[in-house]
Structure formats: structure tokens, C-alpha cells
Design a binder for this molecule. Structure first.
Ligand code: ARG
Length: 468
């Protein structure tokens, strides 16, 4: 391309080497900022007219031409050229083609440095709002399962060893809590995203009488970046965004891992919908949880993107450096990856079912009632440590006889504590053990009902069968 075709071609005698043009271009990925770039340019143009740097008619022409450019991009009519570097230059270039000298005025009082920071903040703000919508649906899917499977008794695990019984409702509400915190982290990050850099210009601001407050209002930012150097140099908001996504991805991976295990024939706790499973090209009987495995696998990518962003920033001196161009790859990919996981996981959860028949077998063994028995002994006046040892010995006895605590004869209990004999049975067996829970936040029926009612209200969902 000729020297003068570049927006910055003025001081160059030599044309840029093609290999450099291909190396430095970003339009192949920052094209995704076109809507944000146009919206920010329209706000900027209107502001320039307000302060007298453009006439009203010039601003109107620019706003309208930008609208046409948006349509061209959406209709696939824009020709992308690596020598035009990035989305900002392409749009400005198209504007100049349409409006000539009027178009050449748009860049007044701004730089691509504050422009790209603004576009990226707008993009992330929208992504957060979209993700929050998905996360509400995601939580609702768990709430539906909590309501439908509230009374299914599951073995609760620690160390992947059977520990104590829990209710299905408790299990599903546990996940809703985690998704809630993921939403809160994104919402918190949004506060720091929602600050306007435009007006920082290249790094030091501008001598032109711009009105940043007008642009802020037009674009719906909550505040202005106070310091122009800071405005163009940092991407900490992007790190926060991808960090919140990484933790969400880790939660998604935890959930996927659990359900992969639950869907095995060894566990058999869960029936996955066939249309969310895949088969094997060689083993005709297979029904594989590939979707869950990919949710687990893709979390690695999101974490990788976080690491990429942190490493990208750590060596940068103030203020803008071209390294920052790479930020978008990390932000877009992390965001796309998490969105795609949620989009497939929501219907998967809605259409999966626990298998109480299969789960029941795992409730009979594993001494899920041992801890409740110990607490029963405490209520009967034994010191906790004594009760612990006692139940430990009872478990030993059960193992010797290959039986459950509820199957030990009353004499055995009687031998430990005269008078205890029959009262121990009141907490033995998973159903009785469950009935004994009472602490706030526990798996007690009443506590689980409270949680379900809380989330039903918070997620504004009517109980099944009632009109929304
Ligand atoms: N494409 C660039 C980026 O994403 C835009 C800013 C370029 N600024 C510059 N002075 N070269 O960071």
C-alpha cells in the first residue's frame, strides 16, 4: 500500500514491509469491536459538535455515515485489508471515503489508544451483561433440579469417600451458591470496567476543549478515568474479567467432573440425556459424557487466557504499548469459551435425572449414619471424643460382622452404655440420620426447603405448575 494511505503515513518515506503489515495487523480479531467502535465514535462526534470542534451538520453526517458503515460491515460489504491494521483504521478510512474532509475530522482530540481502551471496556461490559443472563438461566436449571429432586437422598462425600447423607435439594442448591458468587464477581468487575478512558487521547490528554462528561453520558459509563496515563496503559479490568471467568470455569469443571463420575456405571447416580452424549466409533455400546469432558477441558483454556493476560502486562512500562493489542485475543476467547460451556450445560442439566434406584444401593453401606449416631451419644451426655471412639468401635464391630450400624443387636449398644440400646436406633439408617439434622444451612428437610424458597424468590421463578 502507498505510504500516504496509512493514517500515520505522513512522516514515512518508505512503505511498510508486507511482512510487517501482516505481523502487526489486528483487524482479523478486533473486527469484533466494530459496534463498540462505531458507538464510541458517534458519541465522540456529537461531543465535538457540542464544543464547536465540528459543526452540527458535520457531526450529523459522521453519525449517519458511521451507521452506514455498520450496515456495510454487518452485510459483509466491508473489505478487510491487513495494511489498514485494525478495526479503528478501517472504520475511519471508510468514513473518509464517504465524507472526505468531514470524515478526516473525526479523530480530533482522540487517539487509537483511548479509543481501543474504550471499545474493549464497552465490549466487556456487554459480555458481562450477557453472561449474567446466561448465569441466571444456569442457576434456574439447578433450581428446577433442586425442586424436582429435593427429596432424593444422596451419599455426601468428603475425600470421595461416603460421609453423610444429603438431600438432592441441598446438593443442587450448593451449586446455585457457587454460580451466585461467580455472578457477583462479574458484577463487581463490571464496576471497574464501566469507567470511560476516551479523552485520554494518546497518553497525556489533549489541548482541545473536549467534553469527556458528554461522552460518558452518551455511552452510559458511570465515571471518567481520572488519569489519562492510567486510562490508556492498563488492562487490569480485562484481567479481572478473565479472572472471574476462570473461577467460573473452575466451578464448571468441578461440576462436570462430578457428573462424569456420577454417570459411570460404577456410580450410576445420573442419567444424562442421550442427545447430550456421544458414542464410540468402535465400541457400539458406549454412551460417553464428552460434553462434560469438554466443559472440564475448556476450563484449562480460560485459565490459560488469564495467565496470558497477566504475563502480557507484567513487563510494560507506562503508558500504551503495542503489546496491549494482544489483550483482545485472551478476552474474546475466555468469554466465548465460557459462554459456549454455559449454552450447552444449561439444557444438559435441565434434561438430566438422578437415579434414586441406583443411588439407594450406595446408601445402605458406608456408615452414612455414623456421625449422627455420635451426635446422638453427645446428646445423651457423652463427651464428644468418647462418643467418637465409641462409634468407631461400633463401626469396627459392624465390619467384623459385615453389617450396618442399624443391624447391630441392642445388646451391643447396651454394652457400651446401659440404657442406650434402643434409643440409638432412632438415628440409624439414612432417613433417620437425615431427619436428625437441624443446624441452619444443613441438609435438614426444613433447611433445604428454606434454601429452595430463597432461590425461587431471588431468581424470580414461580414454583412448578404455578403461572410465572
Ligand atoms: N490495534 C491497536 C490495539 O489494539 C490499537 C491501538 C494502536 N495504537 C498505536 N499507537 N499503535 O492496541
Amino acid at each position: 500500500m502507498s505510504v500516504s494511505a496509512k493514517t500515520w503515513g505522513g512522516r514515512f518515506r518508505e512503505a511498510t514491509d508486507a511482512v510487517v503489515e501482516n505481523f502487526t495487523e489486528s483487524v482479523s480479531f478486533d473486527v469484533r469491536l466494530y459496534r463498540q467502535d462505531i458507538a464510541a465514535s458517534q458519541a465522540h462526534a456529537r461531543m465535538l459538535a457540542e464544543v464547536g470542534l465540528l459543526t452540527k451538520s458535520e457531526a450529523e453526517q459522521i453519525v449517519a455515515a458511521l451507521e452506514r458503515i455498520r450496515e456495510d460491515i454487518e452485510a459483509g460489504r466491508m473489505i478487510w485489508r491487513p495494511e489498514l491494521e485494525d478495526i479503528h483504521t478501517h472504520i475511519e478510512r471508510a468514513l473518509v471515503e464517504q465524507l472526505g474532509d468531514v470524515g478526516r475530522k473525526l479523530h480530533t482530540g482522540r487517539s487509537r489508544n483511548d479509543q481501543v481502551a474504550t471499545d474493549l471496556r464497552l465490549w466487556i461490559r456487554e459480555a458481562i451483561d450477557r453472561l449474567d443472563g446466561l448465569l441466571v438461566e444456569w442457576q434456574r436449571a439447578f433450581l428446577e433440579r433442586a425442586e424436582a429432586e429435593r427429596d432424593v437422598v444422596l451419599p455426601g462425600y468428603t475425600h470421595l469417600q461416603r460421609a453423610q447423607p444429603i438431600l438432592g435439594g441441598h446438593y443442587f442448591c450448593c451449586w446455585i451458591e457457587k454460580w451466585q458468587r461467580d455472578r457477583e464477581r462479574l458484577a463487581d468487575c463490571r464496576k471497574r470496567v464501566n469507567v470511560l478512558p476516551l479523552g485520554a487521547a494518546a497518553l497525556a490528554g489533549t489541548s482541545l476543549p473536549i467534553d469527556r462528561e458528554s461522552v460518558r453520558r452518551q455511552l452510559g459509563f458511570a465515571e471518567l478515568c481520572r488519569n489519562s496515563l492510567d486510562a490508556v496503559s492498563d488492562r487490569d479490568f480485562a484481567v479481572e474479567f478473565v479472572s472471574a471467568l476462570s473461577l467460573l470455569a473452575v466451578h464448571l469443571s468441578n461440576w462436570a467432573e462430578e457428573w462424569i463420575v456420577w454417570a459411570t456405571s460404577e456410580f450410576g447416580f445420573l442419567e444424562l440425556p442421550e442427545r447430550f452424549c456421544t458414542g464410540s466409533s468402535i465400541m457400539p455400546h458406549k454412551k460417553n459424557p464428552d460434553v462434560l469432558e469438554l466443559v472440564r477441558g475448556k476450563s484449562a483454556r480460560v485459565i490459560g487466557r488469564l495467565t496470558q493476560l497477566l504475563a502480557l502486562l507484567k513487563g510494560l512500562p507506562l503508558s500504551y504499548n503495542r503489546d496491549l493489542q494482544e489483550d483482545k485475543l485472551a478476552v474474546f476467547d475466555a468469554s466465548d469459551t465460557v459462554e459456549s460451556c454455559l449454552a450447552v450445560a444449561i439444557p444438559l442439566v435441565r434434561n438430566s435425572r438422578l437415579r434414586p434406584d441406583r443411588i439407594a444401593k450406595h446408601l445402605e453401606t458406608g456408615f452414612l449414619d455414623a456421625t449422627t449416631l455420635m451426635e446422638h451419644l453427645v446428646q445423651r451426655g457423652f463427651p464428644l471424643r468418647t462418643a467418637h471412639e465409641t462409634v468407631g468401635r461400633l463401626v469396627q464391630e459392624c465390619e467384623r460382622r459385615s453389617c450396618q450400624l442399624a443391624e447391630l443387636p441392642a445388646e451391643v449398644y447396651e454394652a457400651i452404655q446401659p440404657g442406650l440400646g434402643t434409643s440409638a436406633y432412632s438415628v440409624l439408617g439414612v432417613e433417620r440420620a437425615l431427619a436428625a439434622f437441624r443446624s441452619s444451612g444443613s441438609t435438614a428437610h426444613a433447611e433445604v426447603e428454606k434454601q429452595i424458597a430463597y432461590w425461587r424468590q431471588r431468581l424470580a421463578m414461580s414454583p412448578p405448575g404455578e403461572p410465572v
